[in-house]
Design a protein around this ligand. Structure first.
Ligand code: HEC
Length: 148
């Protein structure tokens, strides 16, 4: 009896999986947003370390990108995108929606405040950059399962 219901559960998963894989749109979209965050963070970090010279226009573009990314990101987690593709999204996003909302709201608030600083020098950009990047690790620890 128990074996049979386990077999039924396995069958159900097998039937559900192809549908989840087909819905790769939101997973790719949210990963693309995060890849942008990764590129911007690398560029911003290089500017702050003096690897590349400080450029106010680039700095402000990075901060504007962060704010746009934070705004767009939460819309790409429909219930049918929990698995599939090569998603690293943690199931906590769906099982702890209140905590997820706190994290995404904070990211939006901090990126908006950072962009509003409109830095014209490296020190102010460093402050804005720090306000934003404090969110990366915290959210990844709670809501991202790193696969590699
Ligand atoms: C509110 C939560 C949250 C914040 C804040 C956040 N991330 Fe993420 N990040 C995620 C989640 C969730 C994933 C996994 C998405 C997936 O695979 O479906 C991810 C994935 C990534 C990836 C991998 C993308 C890929 O698939 O190649 C990079 C790079 C990344 N984040 C960089 C950053 C950086 C840099 C910051 C800070 C500027 C940041 N993230 C802030 C939640 C967040």
């Amino acid at each position: 009896m128990m074996l049979r219901s386990m077999f039924a559960a396995v069958l159900a998963v097998a039937v559900i999986l192809p549908a989840a894989t087909a819905a790769a749109g939101p997973i790719e979209d949210r990963q693309a947003i995060m890849k942008g965050n990764g590129r911007d963070t690398k560029m911003g970090g290089e500017m702050l370390k003096g690897v590349v010279p400080f450029d106010a226009a680039v700095a402000n573009k990075i901060l504007a990108n962060y704010a746009a990314a934070a705004k767009a990101f939460p819309a790409h987690f429909p219930a049918n995108s929990k698995t599939g593709g090569d998603t690293e999204a943690s199931s906590a996003i769906w099982t702890m929606p209140a905590d997820w909302k706190i994290a995404t709201d904070k990211f939006q608030k901090d990126t908006a405040a950072a962009a509003a600083l409109k830095p014209t020098d490296a020190a102010t950009f460093g402050k804005a950059f720090g306000m934003v990047t404090a969110n990366c690790k915290t959210c990844h620890e709670g809501f991202r399962i790193k696969k590699n």
